[in-house]
Design a protein around this ligand. Structure first.
Ligand code: ZN
Length: 202
């Protein structure tokens, strides 16, 4: 499956000069919501990801997405794996499990995001799940920004990857592109201004 082509066809791989939430600048931006707005595409990607997870033999009871970005990917993956789907959400900055979701002691939980950059939000939610008795057995994402090593890829883990090394990380594709601190950004040097993705009212 050509995941890059799917992102490009959905106008979800944006090229320009972007200011990322980390404060760094980049020439590219991934907008997974644009891919997932077509339920058929969401299903296709989730089924492919589920196949890879199932062929690893990993046993999963529940998929948990850290809101908001991972919600649709998490639900689609849980559907494909035929397991329970729950999500965490941020309340005044703190990740929480709400909505009456219960986690049994020893329940095997797979964290799922749309994109894993360093995995910070996924691990924040994972700690909450673990504090309620869940066992985090793996992490999954549609796309990997290349800071963490996923199963079946030979890229190496970078120092800023926050995913634990003792559980598997599944993703369909690596999207590695440069990020620059604003003072070293070549695009800024060329005179253009970095924009926050979606800042033009969309
Ligand atoms: Zn810049």
């Amino acid at each position: 499956m050509d995941v890059k082509k799917i992102y490009m066809d959905a106008d979800a791989l944006l090229e320009g000069h972007f200011k990322l939430s980390s404060g760094n600048h980049s020439q590219f931006y991934l907008q997974s919501a644009k891919v997932l707005e077509d339920p058929k595409t969401a299903k296709t990607l989730a089924v492919a990801l589920a196949k890879e997870i199932q062929s690893s033999g990993l046993k999963i009871d529940t998929v948990c997405a850290p809101a908001l970005g991972g919600l649709i990917a998490g639900f689609a993956l849980a559907t494909a794996l035929d397991v329970r789907s729950i999500f965490a959400e941020r309340v005044e900055g703190e990740m929480q499990i709400r909505r009456g979701f219960e986690i049994k002691k020893g329940e095997r939980v797979l964290m799922c995001e749309d994109i894993i950059t360093t995995g910070g939000s996924a691990m924040e939610a994972a700690r909450v799940v673990a504090s309620l008795g869940g066992v985090i057995v793996g992490v999954a994402a549609l796309a990997n920004r290349g800071f963490c090593k996923r199963e079946n890829s030979d890229i190496t883990t970078k120092a800023n990857c926050k995913l634990p090394q003792d559980i598997p990380f599944f993703a369909l594709e690596d999207f590695t592109f440069e990020m620059y601190s604003p003072d070293l950004c070549p695009l800024c040097k060329d005179g253009s201004e970095a924009m926050k993705p979606g800042s033009r009212g969309n």
